[in-house]
Design a protein around this ligand. Structure first.
Ligand SMILES: C[S@@+](CC[C@H](N)C(=O)[O-])C[C@H]1O[C@@H](n2cnc3c(N)ncnc32)[C@H](O)[C@@H]1O
Length: 218
């Protein structure tokens, strides 16, 4: 168990999650990070497979609004039970299950193999350098099918221009330990994904790196 990760994720209590979709998904994404939610929703629409794992779903806004196959099965994995409850409520009658686990630890045996795995706005929350964050990529690559896709977006701290709103939020969230991304850069993300996956794309929009990773190394 990673204490720093648990302390950071502890902010996602019910009132915070209640405001999350408006304040973070809608406003911060467009105004501070300059990567509107529709671009990330597009990734979900393009990549969601029939057996999907969502790591760090938060409120589950993207899953709830994405185009899913009618018979899809979604696994929600998060170390915070409030996030699991919130995402589960958002999904309603859509087939899903919840698993409480830390992506920095080896994943529970019950997870996988998955056709698609999303980690949206998770990587900037993970503590440590790229090699420590890369542990999570290796755990997820192990549970992806050979022709599956891992995708998501993450806010960068280096090599991008943060506007005033972004600078303020970066300072606040890093101070609170909710973000750990001051040193996160796009080349580092791509190189770290390539340790676990053979086929990687990284595209920077505003201050967010949107990534896909396929063909896990076995
Ligand atoms: C910033 S929210 C992202 C929510 C949503 N995916 C989005 O794109 O808006 C981060 C989520 O990741 C979870 N989380 C943080 N660290 C984690 C870890 N080490 N393992 C699993 N979940 C984690 C938090 O509890 C929270 O639900």
């Amino acid at each position: 168990m990673n204490d720093v990760a648990h302390r950071g994720a502890a902010i996602y209590i019910k009132p915070v999650l209640g405001a999350y979709d408006l304040v973070v998904v809608r406003l911060s994404n467009s105004v501070a990070w300059r990567c509107p939610r529709d671009l990330m929703l597009e990734q979900y629409d393009d990549h969601l497979g029939p057996n999907h794992l969502d790591v760090g779903p938060g409120t589950g806004w993207y899953l709830a609004h994405s185009k899913r196959a009618p018979d899809s099965m979604i696994t929600l994995m998060d170390l915070n039970p409030h996030s699991l409850d919130s995402a589960s409520a958002h999904l309603g009658t859509v087939a899903h299950r919840t698993v409480a686990a830390d992506v920095l630890d080896p994943l529970p045996e019950s997870i996988g193999p998955m056709d698609s795995i999303a980690a949206n706005f998770l990587v900037h929350c993970l503590p440590g350098s790229w090699s420590e964050k890369g542990e999570a990529f290796r755990h997820l690559a192990d549970r992806l099918t050979d022709d599956g896709v891992f995708f998501g977006g993450t806010i960068l701290g280096r090599g991008v221009d943060h506007n005033l709103a972004g600078q303020g939020l970066m300072a606040l969230y890093n101070k609170l330990g909710v973000f750990h991304n001051r040193d996160d850069d796009a080349p580092g993300l791509e190189a770290t994904l390539r340790v676990a996956f053979q086929d990687v794309t990284v595209r920077v929009v505003g201050t967010v790196a949107l990534f896909t990773a396929r063909q896990p190394w076995r």
